[in-house]
Design a protein. Structure first.
Length: 194
């Protein structure tokens, strides 16, 4: 028996990461693009967790199926935690190039380039039953982009333990250490009981 689960995203890169982790466990993974009646989601929370919960609840109530939603972002402590919950729209609306340029400009030639990616993943059933997991990967922001894979800030995010940016890693390598990969692995240990 296939278990249907909807990912509250239209981002194909993100959807692919969810499919790679959940389909082997017997889940049929869909996105909100498969459901034309999903209302606009207003992400007005003040934290990754609040935004993930808003997305999951809105979609679960609209379509009547279990929904997973994540809110993820890059946190750079030396610039007051920016871009944080505004990571995808830091310099506009989901413009990776502009976001990267703004981040580099804001950091300038600062010596403190430590950063981390954080994901909070919330699962919500139509009856309100909820699960939550999170994941973090630490690294530093380079002065210029490296690598062709990944998306968002991946070409600037250097992982010292791997001596590569996230954009220089294969999908499997990235998933093994990434914030979303860690959260998804935690999810796979609790989702069947949810």
């Amino acid at each position: 028996m296939t278990k249907e689960i909807v990912i509250a995203t239209g981002n194909l890169n993100k959807l692919r990461e969810f499919k790679e982790m959940l389909e082997p466990k017997g889940y049929e993974v869909k996105s909100i693009k498969d459901f034309p009646d999903v209302p606009e989601i207003i992400e007005n929370g003040s934290s990754f967790e609040e935004n993930a919960e808003i997305k999951a609840k809105t979609v679960a109530e609209a379509i009547g199926l279990p929904v997973l939603a994540d809110d993820s972002g890059l946190v750079v402590p030396s610039i007051n935690g920016e871009p944080g919950i505004y990571s995808a729209r830091y310099a506009g609306d989901h413009d990776d190039q502009a976001n990267n340029q703004k981040l580099l400009k804001k950091l300038g030639h600062s010596d403190d380039r430590n950063a981390y990616f954080k994901t909070v993943l919330v699962g919500m059933k139509p009856n309100g039953e909820k699960i939550k997991v999170s994941g973090i990967v630490s690294g530093e922001i380079l002065l210029e982009k490296r690598g062709q894979n990944g998306f968002g800030y991946d070409p600037l995010f250097f992982v010292p333990g791997k001596q590569k940016t996230l954009a220089e890693m294969s999908d499997d390598e990235k998933n093994s250490i990434s914030h979303r990969g860690k959260a998804l692995r935690k999810l796979t240990t609790v989702i069947d009981n949810w």
